[in-house]
Design a protein around this ligand. Structure first.
Ligand code: SF4
Length: 449
């Protein structure tokens, strides 16, 4: 690793899918405040929906998601009924039939739902909201448990995009993470989706897994390129066993060092670029022509709780336990524990647990952090003027900016800040300079690279 990477690679920094980040939301956020925000939404501006289904049939040892194992369908069916009720409550709280431009089912594994239940939920959404023409309807899926009936239903409903957690094809790594999924299984799932009209497919890959080498990951990437997914997200495994106890099953001594992680990330990125993919932000790749690549080219890339997105809507409504939403007024997060989530819905309450109302320089700093994460550069002076503050709004950050410049991570002159080639993998570290909530916090995050 170069010295700047060595110096910053193990910094504990957020992934910045929001600002402030979720650990800084306040607990016991009043439901009435959220209802007020929903009532004020502009009926002409499309919103986005995120629906969280926190159930899986098997547990992957690396998992950091909010999920439960579901050996039987009964608990999933009960949860599903509460999602339906929540959709109705949210629709009642907003102006009638808000337009929806993006909808995303995540988890967990949303394809554990019964296909008829998925169809019912989508019918209620289509009735209470208005899916605009060319709306993106996306769903995460698990090739190991995907049934033909579900694939057919997803095609019939009109989903436009599906994603798979591929992670790594090497058998020894798959065994160590408890996710056995040979390439043929993934390819078969892709063929089935494409045959029912779901043309856009995404893969997730992970580096930093136990026993993984740069050569393993390069080979995995080459196998993926042959399957031609439209987008690939390349994430670093975040080993946080103090948060996700299942990660205790991963032997710490089998994890790659920070230098090996950096080498793996570089090997995978190089192979993807060589294979014709456009690099987007810190961890995404897309085929030229994909909406994400187009947005990156046009400076219209955004970042939300699902990562990089071409979705420019300022409103994302979270549905289901633990889901996070955003409105022009601030963020809300639903109750994480499914039992408590369902009790709140039964009581006729929007199941909000935590939230954050934008204040002070939040929106300015959110904008600056989003541009660093999306474009690798930002005009700090123009950003200040856009949000009506004095040009020296970042005076307290000057020292940190100068240090990053000295270390070769960024260039900085006349308010223009840009990541250098060395600094590209350290975008989170640079973004963290503008995070006033992080400064006085003891929250532990994953390492930067
Ligand atoms: S990684 Fe995905 S499939 Fe595996 S347990 Fe977590 S949510 Fe379920």
């Amino acid at each position: 690793m170069t010295s700047a990477l060595e110096k910053y690679a193990t910094s504990s920094v957020p992934r910045y899918t929001s600002y402030p980040t979720a650990p800084h939301f306040v607990s016991e956020f009043p439901e009435s405040v959220y209802r007020g925000w929903l009532a004020q939404l502009d009926q002409d501006k499309p919103i986005s929906l995120y629906l969280h289904v926190p159930f899986c049939k098997q547990m992957c040892w690396y998992c950091g998601c909010n999920m439960k194992l579901a050996a039987r369908y009964e608990p999933v069916a009960t949860y599903f009924k509460h999602m339906l009720d929540e959709v109705e409550m949210l629709a009642d709280a907003m102006p009638a039939r808000m337009p929806v431009g993006h909808l995303h089912f995540g988890g967990g594994t949303p394809t554990v739902l019964d296909p008829e239940d998925l169809a019912t939920l989508m019918a209620v959404i289509a009735d209470r909201f208005r899916l605009i023409e060319d709306a993106e309807l996306a769903i995460e899926s698990d090739p190991r448990t995907l049934t033909d009936a579900m694939v057919e239903k997803i095609g019939a409903i009109g989903f436009t995009r599906a994603s798979f957690g591929v992670q790594e094809f090497d058998p020894k790594v798959q065994k160590a993470i408890n996710r056995i999924q040979p390439p043929e299984m993934v390819e078969n799932a892709m063929d089935r989706f494409r045959s029912v009209g779901v043309k856009k497919l995404n893969f997730d890959l992970i580096y930093g897994l136990p026993y993984q080498t740069a050569e393993d990951l390069r080979r995995t990437v080459e196998q993926c390129i042959e399957m031609k997914p439209d987008r690939v997200a390349l994430f670093g495994y975040a080993h946080v066993p103090w948060v996700a106890s299942n990660q205790k099953m991963i032997p710490t001594e089998a994890l790659p060092t920070p230098a090996q992680r950096a080498e793996q990330a570089r090997a995978a990125a190089d192979a993807l670029v060589k294979g014709g993919y456009v690099r987007i932000g810190i961890d995404h790749f897309a085929l030229p022509g994909d909406k994400l690549a187009e947005a990156a080219k046009n400076g219209a890339l955004h970042r939300n709780f699902q990562g990089y997105t071409p979705d420019a809507s300022p409103t994302l409504i979270g549905i289901g336990a633990t889901s996070i939403g955003r409105t022009p007024h601030g963020y809300v997060q639903n109750i994480s524990e499914t039992g408590a989530y369902m009790r709140a819905v039964d009581a006729g309450k929007l199941p909000v647990a935590r939230g954050h109302a934008f204040k002070d320089q939040d929106e300015l700093r959110a904008h600056v952090i989003e541009r660093i994460m999306c474009d690798g550069k930002v005009d700090l002076t123009a950003a200040g003027r856009q949000f009506g503050v004095a040009d020296d709004w970042y005076a307290n950050e000057r020292e940190a900016i100068e240090q990053l410049q000295t270390d070769g991570v960024i260039t900085y002159a006349s308010g223009q800040l840009a990541l250098t080639a060395v600094g590209q993998p350290l975008a989170r570290v640079v973004a963290a300079v503008f995070d006033t909530y992080l400064r006085n916090s003891s929250v532990r995050h994953s390492i930067a690279v």
